[in-house]
Design a protein around this ligand. Structure first.
Ligand code: TMP
Length: 210
């Protein structure tokens, strides 16, 4: 089974992921937790370029292709082998991030992104995606609090530097995707405290596993 978590900055994906993995392990699944960008050694190097706030002049097409390079390495070296070995893969961000950040927010054509995704992934697709939905005001204030307190690296804040309008487009892009694929993409209200969000995810997960 292949599960992905999606959402704007500060939506709490990285906090929820270990709890989901622990819950599934208890139910007898062997889990592999991973993330994009940066789920491989090469990917960590690509991530550093992509999230460096000093790279203010990164071209949108160069950005798109760097995310896809990271994904090709990750899908072929980590995700496919783990799924083939019968593991449950839980990934912090995947292809929907590209559709909304590079597509809906940066304005690259959806057809082009779909075509590149097909080249990179073939038929690899998440079975379930949890979309942690919250307002950009709250998400960004949480993300900046993490940066100020040192729990998130300032050297990875290129997207937090984007204006609120950009993050609103990302949020709307996600909600539009969820409307198109309601079976795969389950919306979780992420405005509340972490334990409430975690309980909502577990509830949906158990329904889906039945
Ligand atoms: P995160 O790992 O802390 O969520 O940061 C990753 C950043 O990269 C986040 O701002 C979203 C962005 N991103 C894209 O723009 N496109 C993508 O395809 C992916 C995977 C992430």
């Amino acid at each position: 089974m292949f599960i992905t978590l999606e959402g704007i900055e500060g939506s709490g994906k990285s906090t929820q992921l270990p709890a989901i993995a622990a819950h599934l392990e208890q139910l007898g699944h062997t889990c592999l937790s991973t993330k994009e960008p940066g789920g491989t050694q090469v990917g960590e190097q690509i991530r550093a370029i992509l999230l460096d706030p000093g790279n203010t002049d990164l071209d949108a097409m160069a950005e798109l292709l760097l995310y896809q390079a990271d994904r090709a390495q990750h899908a072929n070296r980590v995700i496919r082998p783990a799924l083939a070995a019968g593991k449950t893969v839980i990934c912090d961000r995947f292809v929907d991030s590209t559709v909304v950040y590079q597509g809906a927010a940066r304005g690259i054509s959806a057809d082009l992104i779909t075509e590149i995704n097909r080249m990179v992934l073939g038929d690899l697709k998440p079975d379930i995606t949890f979309l942690l939905d919250l307002s950009p005001e709250l998400g960004l204030s949480r993300a900046w609090r993490q940066i100020e307190s040192g729990s998130r690296m300032r050297g990875e804040s290129r997207f937090e530097q984007e204006r609120q309008k950009f993050h609103e487009k990302v949020r709307q892009g996600y909600l539009a995707l969820a409307e198109k694929e309601p079976e795969r993409i389950r919306i979780i209200d992420a405005h509340g405290p972490q334990d409430e969000v975690g309980a909502a995810i577990k509830g949906k997960l158990e329904q889906l596993l039945k």
